[in-house]
Design a protein. Structure first.
Length: 581
């Protein structure tokens, strides 16, 4: 007999530490004692805890904290396990007609489908459901108790069996099983479209005669209010897409109108259905925070005390506490983040166990904890202008919601088209070319909720405040100097600057000398912009139509008055630049 000790105190301490920070995973891995895939879990309390594996093993948790292998390995997959809610009788089922029963809380197991008294069921190998004759029990998909005194098996084709002896202590004993699908006229009580199989059932705790049956062919659903004494009623809704076997369904024992079902058809919400009206209608699960974790193929779903948990591969763990199909995601982290979860059992609203590939088993006491689903907010702080090739620093004022998981310091990723981007907060961004850039930063909180912020940056080779290369130019004329002055620094796009032409006399013996300037024409890039006929020659010139980062020529033509001669004109030029903004 194979066993492994689980240090209960250590597990409790790990669970306590994981709850200290809301952002941490609520799941704690515990030793399972097997490396085979865990395919079914029955979890009722810390002392009533069982699971089955794909290698045909059954493990029973002991009061002293050990998991003991109490059956197998048979080498044939077991698919499901269930126990009376308050008794010692349990049943485990699997492929190739396996049906095992324990009457001592899982300590030992007996075959209840022996050759001498096989469980009677209808046909399993026909295209359409056929209840006209019997065939040996095939692959059994699931087992369910309807109260402590009634057990159901759901299997291939039209195969469905029930055990309901007079004494609840004998439920499931060999010889007590009957074909639950065959009517007195050899027709099937579940009028399925095809013989793809019967996957699972759910029964109302207050009245076990009320039952719902989920079948393999595109989730056809049937209802009975009389323990299938008569033909079941087909419901208008379905328990999920696809035609694969081994769907799982669960429901609220206090309100059978609320039920949930999943099927292993693929990583798609169409394989995850819920109803709030007893399958008159059904909807896909709705994910409140779909970006928190990737969607996986679903395999199992469980309910207890108001909490619903669905699990699947790729590390998918969905939880819900409000009775709808709007699911959160309480996925595990670390090595468990990508685990293929195949089974889930719920002992209470807070206590849930999950198992999967390789014998991985994890538990939580916080299944009804609502994770942080509110994304953080933030704004970028930094200049709206930058210079080509010069690193420019930006930071994010990021904040999470009150009571949230906090900002993930390692999540900041900066990007802008044409740049190398950056990570971290703050970050230096280098823009390679002039132009208008949209800088984006993506970040998240510790629960994985994403957020982003943007800022627009004008990039050029001429930053604001840059000195013009030749802000003024002077020429000598007879009897004085003529000086043209433009802006000392670059001019912002859309703004204006003052251009001044001044004349300064100086002593000279020359007979023909300039006495004064009579008028001035001002030009930008050869195009006349202004005329000034009176000193001081000062005009305001606009750069409204000029491109940021461009360079232009400022020219003045001065009309001179000369003593003892014809009055000439003199031209003088300089340059100015238009800033990036």
């Amino acid at each position: 007999m194979h066993k492994i000790v689980v240090a209960a105190a250590m597990v409790a301490a790990m669970l306590a530490s994981s709850s200290a920070a809301r952002a941490a995973s609520i799941w704690t891995q515990v030793p399972s004692g097997t490396t085979s895939d865990i395919t079914g879990i029955a979890y009722q309390s810390d002392t009533r805890f069982w699971y089955v594996t794909s290698l045909g093993e059954i493990f029973t948790h002991q009061p002293n904290g050990t998991f003991v292998r109490t059956f197998g390995p048979s080498g044939i997959a077991l698919n499901d396990i269930a126990f009376q809610s308050s008794g010692n009788v349990g049943i485990a089922v699997g492929d190739n007609g396996q049906a095992l029963r324990s009457n001592d809380a899982g300590a030992t197991w007996q075959n209840v489908n022996p050759g001498g008294t096989p469980i009677p069921v209808s046909k399993k190998s026909t295209t359409f459901a056929d209840c006209t004759a019997s065939e040996p029990l095939g692959d059994v998909n699931s087992v369910r108790f309807a109260g402590d005194g009634r057990a159901w098996l759901f299997a291939q084709g039209a195969q469905m069996a029930k055990s309901e002896p007079a004494n609840a202590a004998n439920v499931g004993v060999a010889g007590t099983w009957v074909d639950a699908n065959r009517s007195g006229t050899n027709t099937c009580k579940l009028q399925t479209s095809y013989g793809d199989g019967i996957d699972d059932g759910f029964f109302f705790a207050a009245n076990p005669d009320v039952g719902y049956f989920c079948t393999a062919f595109f989730g056809e659903l049937f209802f009975s209010a009389n323990d299938l004494a008569t033909t079941a009623t087909k419901k208008s809704a379905d328990c999920g897409n696809g035609d694969l076997a081994k769907r799982r369904m669960t429901g609220d024992p206090a309100n059978p109108n609320h039920q949930w079902a999943v099927g292993p058809g693929g990583a798609n919400l169409s394989y995850m259905h819920y109803t709030s009206d007893g399958w008159s209608t059904a909807s896909n699960f709705t994910l409140v925070n779909p970006d928190a974790h990737g969607l996986g193929t679903p395999y199992d779903v469980a309910f207890a005390g108001g909490t619903t948990v669905a699990v699947g591969d790729a590390g998918m763990i969905l939880n819900n506490t409000d009775g709808t199909g709007a699911f959160y995601n309480n996925a595990a982290d670390g090595a468990l983040a990508t685990e293929a979860w195949h089974a889930v059992g719920a002992a209470s609203a807070s206590q849930v166990a999950i198992g999967g590939a390789g014998g991985v088993l994890a538990v939580t006491t916080q299944a009804n904890t609502t994770p942080d689903v509110v994304p953080p907010t933030g704004t970028i702080v930094g200049p709206t202008t930058a210079v080509v090739g010069s690193p420019t620093q930006y930071s994010v004022n990021a904040a999470d919601n009150a009571g949230g998981s906090g900002i993930n310091a390692g999540s900041f990723v900066w990007s802008a088209v044409g740049t190398a981007g950056a990570t971290g907060n703050p970050a230096n961004i280098t823009f390679p070319n002039p132009g208008l850039y949209t800088l984006n930063v993506a970040f998240a909180d510790n629960a994985g909720n994403p957020a982003s912020a943007t800022i627009t940056v004008q990039v050029s080779t001429i930053p604001p405040g840059t000195a013009n290369p030749t802000p003024s130019k002077t020429i000598i004329v007879p009897g004085g100097t003529v000086k043209l002055s433009g802006p000392k620094t670059c001019v912002a796009p859309g703004k204006a600057f003052t251009a001044t032409l001044s004349f300064k006399r100086r002593r000279t013996n020359a007979r023909r000398r300039v006495i004064k300037v009579t008028k001035v024409f001002f030009f930008i890039d050869g195009k006349r912009a202004k005329i000034d006929r009176k000193a001081p020659f000062r005009q305001t010139l606009s750069v409204r139509s000029y491109v940021a980062g461009s360079t232009h020529t400022l020219k003045a033509r001065a009309f001179l008055k000369v003593r003892h001669g014809r009055s000439p004109t003199k031209s003088i030029s300089t340059s100015f630049q238009v800033c990036s903004s």
